[in-house]
Design a protein around this ligand. Structure first.
Ligand code: BG6
Length: 480
């Protein structure tokens, strides 16, 4: 059997994309609450506060806040061993800088974790998944300000103390490297806000701001790791990286150097958290481009002491790049820039589909970080579906068949240390990049569309039964 006996099969979501209840239970306003609905061709608008008459899809989302028992029962029926979600920061500290936490928010997650435990489901919890309190943006400028380090650590410690006997696996910042992507593109203000609570000022050096915010987040993450281990030495606290391997367009050595540099721009975020230091490649880059962040006394020691225990990542696609800048004009759905890879098909949102790239990714992480334990905490495909389609979502099944087959090879042939697999959006939810409901990832259909219509009832798709069988057979039976 390829997969270890205790392999964690499950699914993944994030609080702001499914909970709803945006102003209930004492919750404050997060950055996700001021983003309107968009689509594949229309960017989400970031409004100045919550404005009347706008469509904010995260406000209700799929109302997991009131449906979590029913939804967790469905996950249990599929056989989930684990479930990855996040704790909405604004349920615990509504403004981010509050003196004391909101008991009603803490209680909500207590109940949710108890419900998971009842079904034998292990929680995997992200602390900051695109959910910063809006107050931290408006009052402090988000993570460009070092004060956010303390606010984050206070939030993390509050959660660690409260749930120390209920949660073992923690992740600090979701897809921390998104903010470094396509920084001059139209999409960049969105990732700056969601990752770091940053609003770029007109004409400012975005890269400089981004590296400062990233440095502050590395210190915050490392401090959380140090404090977490004091609270419960059994805690496993990981980083979370969006892994998009970049291939060279050709075997021209210049293309190879270009792809190496693209990979550096991802690994910079992982190296800081896994190796706990800045390597020469990034220090040189900062020096040559005058981009070095301000590093205070003690920061580097904290980063070294607060190295993560394991590596988690999302994997949706690969990219390809050319040394000729004029050729790198394909935007792959706004997420990566580069050349089009003629060997791959893309999803309806332009995301290239590359199962072999997942095996490749598992290998490069394992080799770079000495066989570190890994979790794939996001993978999946968004599809246009209506309820009529739920009995034949074969393209979703095919997507997972191919990706799981490559995971298997990575374990059986390459010996990687993979401990969990959590397909993204195991239940239909609000898309992060577009704000759509109609970009559906789920094994479970939710009756709601982009216009907000629908009664929110849940229905099992064909892939629900397929994934159940995969879990039952511990990944041996992938047949449709
Ligand atoms: C990742 C995020 O970027 O990809 C998730 O961590 C997000 O929050 C997922 O939902 C899929 O992206 P999208 O834009 O299709 O929702």
């Amino acid at each position: 059997m390829a997969f270890p006996k205790n392999f964690l099969w499950g699914g993944a979501v994030a609080a702001h994309q499914l909970e709803g209840g945006w102003d209930q239970g004492g919750k404050g306003i997060s950055v996700a609450d001021v983003m309107t609905g968009g689509d594949a061709h229309t960017l989400r608008e970031i409004t100045d506060g919550v404005l009347p008459g706008k469509n904010y899809p995260n406000h209700e989302a799929i109302d997991f806040y009131h449906h979590y028992k029913e939804d967790i029962a469905l996950f249990a029926e599929m056989g989930f061993k684990c479930f990855r979600t996040s704790i909405a920061w604004t349920r615990i500290f509504p403004n981010g800088d509050d003196e004391t936490p909101n008991e009603e928010g803490l209680k909500f997650y207590d109940d949710m974790f108890d419900e998971m435990k009842k079904h034998g489901i292990e929680p995997i919890i992200t602390l900051c998944h695109f959910e910063l309190p809006l107050n931290l943006v408006n009052k402090y400028g988000g993570f460009r300000n070092r004060k956010c380090i303390d606010f984050f650590v206070k939030f993390a410690v509050t959660c660690f103390e409260r749930y120390k006997n209920k949660v073992k696996y923690w992740l600090t910042f979701n897809e921390i490297n998104n903010q470094g992507r396509n920084i001059d593109a139209a999409f960049a203000p969105f990732t700056a806000l969601t990752n770091s609570g940053i609003k770029y000022a007109e004409g400012e050096n975005r890269r400089k701001v981004m590296y400062q915010a990233a440095h502050n987040e590395f210190v915050a993450s490392a401090k959380a790791v140090i404090e977490g281990h004091k609270i419960n030495p059994d805690f496993q606290i990981g980083c979370m990286i969006q892994m998009t391997p970049y291939y060279p367009e050709t075997c021209n050595p210049d293309d190879q150097i270009k792809s190496l540099k693209e990979m550096d721009s991802i690994f910079f975020f992982a190296d800081a958290q896994v190796r706990g230091h800045y390597s020469n490649y990034i220090k040189k880059y900062w020096e040559l481009n005058d981009l070095a962040p301000q590093i205070e006394d003690g920061d580097l020691e904290i980063m070294q002491q607060g190295k993560v225990d394991y590596f988690t990542f999302s994997y949706y696609m690969s990219g390809a790049v050319s040394a000729d800048p004029a050729k790198n004009d394909s935007e792959n759905g706004g997420i990566t820039s580069g050349v089009k890879n003629p060997y791959l098909k893309s999803s309806d949102w332009g995301w290239p589909i590359d199962p072999v790239g997942l095996r490749y990714t598992l290998n490069i992480i394992a080799e770079r970080y000495d066989d570190i334990p890994m979790m794939i905490v996001e993978n999946g495909i968004g599809l246009h579906e209506t309820e009529k389609d739920i009995d034949h979502d074969d393209s979703r099944i095919e997507y997972f068949q191919n990706h799981i087959a490559e995971m298997k090879k990575a374990i059986e042939i390459d010996g990687v240390n993979l401990i969990a697999y959590c397909p993204w959006g195991c239940i239909d939810l609000v898309s992060a990049s577009t704000g759509e409901m109609d970009k559906r990832y789920g094994f479970i259909y939710v009756d709601k569309n982009n216009a907000g219509e629908g009664d929110l009832h849940r229905a099992k798709k064909k892939s629900f039964y397929w994934y159940k069988k995969v879990i039952e057979s511990n990944g041996e039976d992938l047949s449709n």
